[in-house]
Design a binder for this molecule. Sequence first.
Ligand code: PHB
Length: 395
Amino acid sequence: MNNKNKSCLTTIPVFIATFLIAFSTSVLAENKPEPIKVGVMLPFSGVYAGLGDSIRNGLKLALQEKGYKASGRLIQLVEVDTEAKPARASELTLGLVDNDKSDFVIGPVHSGVAMGMINTIRNKDSIMIIPNAGANAATGAFCQPNVFRTSFSSWQTAYPMGKEAANMGYKKIVTLSWNYGFGKESLAAFEESFVAAGGEVVKKILVPFPKTEFQPYLTQIASIKPDAVFVFFAGGGAVKFVKDYDTMGLKGKIPLLGSGFLTEGTTAAQGKAAEGLLTTLHYADTIDSSKNKKFRADYKAKFNKSADLFAVQGYDAGQLIIQAVEAVKGNIEDKAALIYQMELLEIDSPRGKFRFSKAHNPIQSIYLRKVVNGLNTVVKESVTNLEDPARGCKL
Ligand code: PHB
């Protein structure tokens, strides 16, 4: 064989090998699925910063359990700080949806921000998952196929306490909250069941958001001398209110009731001022299930602090994304199929298993809780599987 033929014989296999490598690399590249983008729109500054932090921690815990992957697709987070400012909601949502091409957007904490987000996302392809904000309209009059909630409606968290307060024998109550949507809806839901059970709201007090100078209102309450007081405050506002209530000498005299946000993620800072307070919520630290115990232990090990409700809601938003992506075998581009599958899911939450209502809000049990040694302890299940009435939702 001459040299020319020899070199020809060696070149052919090299050529074939090069072709095969190039071919398989391009096929692999074509088959490698795009990462799933998750926009995270939470308050990381301001009076609700602690809530935003807990939700993000819970979300990360759920994603980490699955190696930040679902159906072989990587999950990437893009975070923005809402500062709990409704005025910024639309611009931030557009950034996450149009610029960052987020498949899912998780947020927010504040109901005013939620309404702005829903208005912006309604005709988009992204799926919004609300991990806190309770505005009734989000899964009521403004419900949308691409909006789900892993938290609660305002109504769900306050309505049960009206009946509980009447059962405790209280007849005349003062209600108090920050003056914005969620607070006003909470007071209305409390009043709905309290009045139906024969009680009377003798005074309703609204404080500008996010102000925490409570003394003038507490002086007013002291002079009215109601049987009890029902409030909504959360985060830094809840810490300040509970401490002021104690410092002004009201705690021993006029029982303080709340929706559970009053003592969520705040008891370490509230100290003895929170001990004994009764609230209603869809979670309690002491829920006696292996799921809750494991969640709390893992959370503590990872973040070196105790889990709270906000962490649970973030964790469930993460679980929802993973289960939804797996249900459509990674093909999240077919939005109608994705939404259909999300509607069928059951979420194994630390609060207990739940499914979504037709309006995409959790159907869930509400606990009466008491603060004992800094823990929100179950007194009893107040209502089993409470479904928000979803007033005005046409889904
Ligand atoms: C809300 O604005 O919907 C909201 C904020 C903080 C809470 C609960 C609800 O703890």
